[in-house]
Ligand binder design. Structure first.
Ligand code: FAE
Length: 526
């Protein structure tokens, strides 16, 4: 973290001298390389560029989360959210809408550049992290490597031996992936909810598997012992963890800034990219303040441009550039191939004797793995619901092999996504097939009280895992180089074709490592 706090602007060239009003472009600041965003793909790009001695500027639209609020904490608690929770909302929009049909989950807040955003399209809303570290600030830390056979199915042009022998291990090591101590897992009250779901799965003849994490389990055990301040055991997760989690600001990004070649600008949203006559890249960025007002319009120039703004952010920049005529040579496939990773959330009601525990860790460590079932492949994360009370709910985030895909467009000055309710229904029917079996084997039922309306069992209107929009090997070459333009790269979740069968950030990180190794070897040589 120290490295982040001391980041200083490193000698960027100023071209042009005119002073500017907030709504006018200022002088152009240029750097050899610019990275847009600071999530997984962006963080890998920044570190590897910095290590190669290339001066690099990272532009992130969210805050640097390093300053404590009035309560002494950087992030607010999931149970008592305040303005720090969400990106310019007047009320929180948590995935669970209600509990016992009561509107007790969400709270009114003042608009502020908070850490979690929920972006709404017609039939789908997408949760994304905002701030230095992107999704790593808000996610559940599950660091899962997909089945090699499914990776090969989704990425037929990628050498899987190299991915699984070199880039996945590199990504896991850099991210600080660790696993829960099985003996502690079996004995602690904090994972009773997982053990209860495991029992229900076993009664159905289904297999469960431990999933690795970037939350430090040594720290979590100290939380449980009462010797460390509680974070995962203190209901912190989707609005940020104050302790214990190895988010990117503590791993890749700290190392990137430590190279001395990487500079970070926060609260700057890139709104346009175009190509100058000399083949360099031109960017327009709006710097905002804590009210969301644009306080400066800036212009940047660079030779190498890396897009790491996430599936939504990168798709928006590219689709907009193609549709406005700024980058007409972008491939027709740009903006397509988008999917939800088949996400569906649901709850089951356990019998009174199958308790889930009042105390629950917010970090999932187990999944029901039925991916090998060719008729209905599902991987269901056993999710916590930490309310501090026994509620007998088993919650799940199912990842289904939904083949449906959607496309983005830039329409009337806004990003649109043509995902339909019928496409979500495909995920629901897959999740339902699996959980109907579990309910029938255990004589249990679904919970009807969690998602707002009186009869809604499956939350099929949001995703945590937006994937696609600039798919590897279609809109780019086999290494993330965008077709139609040189020295333009994509390194984030938009490369993944809509589904990867497990939680995606390890795959995004590993693919970015693969891209950077190739690009630095071939494209940046003098
Ligand atoms: P991402 O991390 O989204 O970063 C993009 C960054 O770019 C963000 O910081 C944006 O603010 C910034 N940005 C966007 N547009 C612009 C712009 N125009 N100008 C400047 N900056 C911009 O991208 N995945 C797992 O593998 N395991 C989990 O346990 C897990 N749990 C999750 C729980 C939640 C609540 C959420 C929301 C997601 C979860 N995910 C999980 C998904 C994971 O966080 C996500 O796949 C990655 O963060 C995506 O990484 P990217 O590099 O694509």
């Amino acid at each position: 973290m120290a490295a982040l706090q001391t980041a200083a602007t490193l000698g960027f060239t100023r071209i042009g001298l005119q002073s500017a009003r907030a709504d006018e472009p200022a002088a152009v600041e240029s750097a050899p390389a610019i990275v847009i965003g600071s999530g997984y793909g962006a963080a890998v790009a920044a570190l590897r560029l910095g290590q190669a001695g290339i001066r690099t500027l990272v532009l992130e639209m969210g805050r640097l989360w390093n300053t404590a609020g009035a309560d002494g904490k950087i992030f607010c608690n999931t149970a008592s959210p305040d303005q720090r929770s969400m990106w310019f909302k007047t009320r929180t929009e948590a995935p669970l809408a209600t509990f016992l049909w009561l509107d007790v989950v969400n709270k009114d807040i003042s608009p502020y550049p908070g850490v979690l955003d929920r972006v709404h399209f017609d039939n789908m809303s997408v949760f994304v992290g905002r701030g230095v570290g992107g999704g790593s600030l808000v996610n559940g830390s599950m660091a899962v490597t997909p089945l090699q056979s499914y990776f090969a199915e989704q990425f037929p042009t990628v050498d899987v031996t190299e991915m699984y022998g070199t880039y996945y291990p590199r990504a896991r090591a850099m991210l600080g992936v660790n696993t829960v101590d099985p003996a502690w897992f079996e004995s602690t009250e904090w994972y009773r909810f997982s053990r209860t779901s495991r029992k229900a799965a076993a009664n159905t003849g289904l297999k469960t598997t431990f999933v690795p994490s970037v939350y430090d389990f040594g720290y979590m055990q100290r939380e449980a012992a009462g010797t460390a301040t509680k974070s995962a055991l203190g209901q912190e997760v989707i609005y940020g963890n104050n302790y214990g989690k190895k988010s990117l600001d503590k791993t890749y990004l700290a190392s990137a800034l430590g190279t001395g070649n990487v500079t970070l600008h926060t609260m700057e949203k890139v709104t346009a990219i175009s190509r100058a006559g000399d083949g360099t890249w031109l960017l327009t960025a709006q710097r905002i303040d804590d009210t969301g007002a644009v306080v400066e319009t800036k212009q940047y120039g660079c030779t190498y441009l890396f897009l790491g703004a996430g599936s939504l952010g990168t798709s928006e920049l590219l689709v907009r550039a193609r549709q406005t005529g700024a980058l007409p040579a972008l491939d027709a496939s740009v903006g397509t191939g988008w999917g939800t990773n088949g996400n569906v959330m649901l709850g089951r009601a356990n019998h009174l004797w199958d308790t889930v525990g009042a105390n629950q860790s917010t970090m999932p460590v187990m999944g029901i793995d039925d991916w090998a079932n060719a008729d209905n492949p599902v991987f269901a994360e056993i999710a916590p619901l930490p309310t501090g009370l026994e509620h007998w709910v088993s919650l799940y985030l199912a990842i289904t092999k939904n083949p449906e895909r959607a496309a983005f467009s830039w329409t009337n000055g806004a990003l649109k996504l043509n995902w339909s309710a019928a496409q979500s229904a495909v995920s629901v029917s897959m999740a339902k097939k699996l959980f109907d079996r579990i309910n029938s084997a255990n004589a249990t039922i679904y919970r009807y009280d969690l998602f707002g309306s009186s009869s809604k069992i499956f939350a099929d209107d949001f995703t945590y895992h937006p994937l696609g929009g600039c798919v590897l090997g279609r809109s780019t070459d086999n290494y993330g180089r965008v077709k139609g333009y040189s020295r333009l790269y994509v390194t984030d979740g938009s490369l993944v074709p809509g589904n990867i069968g497990v939680n995606p950030f390890v795959t995004i990180t590993a693919l970015a490592e693969r891209t950077m190794a190739r690009v630095l070897a071939e494209d940046t040589a003098p």
